[in-house]
Design a protein around this ligand. Structure first.
Ligand SMILES: [Mg+2]
Length: 261
């Protein structure tokens, strides 16, 4: 049985925990079963708009279990850690929302205002989804890259984001804007299918690769990142792959997570 084989589950949010604002109860029953067997559950999401703290609160109330901020990895948190590990505390211009700014600040970075002309030095422009983005903010980011030689970093390159009102433009669309205007490629895209978030989770939880299982709803991000990282994976058909009929060679493919129990 799956829950006897692994010590850590790396669980995606959208399409696994909820879908279009609706909680996927059968998947939640499995996560509660995992918890009661002492299997650690860490949530790993490309979405950088909310802070880990806010996700933890929401997940605690959905699951009826205590979920700590330490049990949630967003691409915003991972970007903040990656930057600190590779460059130390940096001066950063953000195209993104409060949750991303909070994670960057918590890791010791300085978030500068979107000024035009830019106040150099600015080390990096970090792009996440920003649902109140303006032309002025994108111009400030553009000028920071061109005039301050700021490096371009993306939390993720998801071109769309699923919402209760259908697909909407994602962080990848804003990244594409800045790539086009500056002619610059990002130094790194932190989110899945990059393996960094999984590697960070294994490191933080002190678990080896063979002890961890990735659970996600997408072939191109979740299963692909698991494969690249050398981790077993579950493709659960409650989200994107199920809807589109996508196929990939995940270790397990299930209609919902209770099939694993
Ligand atoms: Mg998903």
């Amino acid at each position: 049985m799956v829950l006897d084989k692994y010590k850590l589950l790396l669980v995606d949010l959208d399409g696994v925990v909820w879908r279009g604002g609706k909680v996927l109860e059968e998947n939640m029953a499995f996560l509660r079963a995992a918890h009661s067997k002492g299997v650690r559950v860490v949530f790993v999401t490309n979405n950088a708009t909310r802070s880990r703290r806010l996700y933890a609160e929401r997940l605690s109330s959905i699951l009826g279990l205590e979920v700590n901020a330490d049990d949630v990895l967003t691409s915003g948190y991972a970007t903040a850690v990656w930057l600190r590990e590779n460059y130390g505390a940096a001066r950063i211009l953000v195209v993104g929302e409060e949750g991303l700014i909070e994670e960057l600040t918590r890791q010791g970075h300085i978030v500068v205002g979107s000024m035009d002309p830019p106040r150099c030095p600015i080390d990096f422009v970090v792009v996440g989804l920003d649902r109140s983005v303006t032309y002025a903010k994108l111009t400030a980011a553009h000028k920071a890259i061109i005039e301050c030689k700021a490096g371009l970093i993306a939390c993720n390159a998801d071109n769309t984001i699923p919402t209760s009102l259908g697909l909407e433009p994602g962080a990848g669309a804003l990244l594409a804007f800045l790539k086009a205007s500056t002619g610059t490629e990002p130094l790194v895209v932190i989110g899945k299918p990059n393996t960094y978030m999984f590697e960070l989770a294994l490191r933080e939880k002190k678990v080896t690769k063979s002890e961890a299982l990735v659970i996600g709803d997408r072939c191109d991000t979740d299963v692909e990142a698991a494969k690249r990282a050398g981790l077993d994976s579950v493709l659960v058909l409650t989200g994107v792959a199920g809807e589109r009929g996508d196929k990939c060679d995940a270790t397990y493919i299930v209609d919902n997570l209770m099939e694993l129990a």
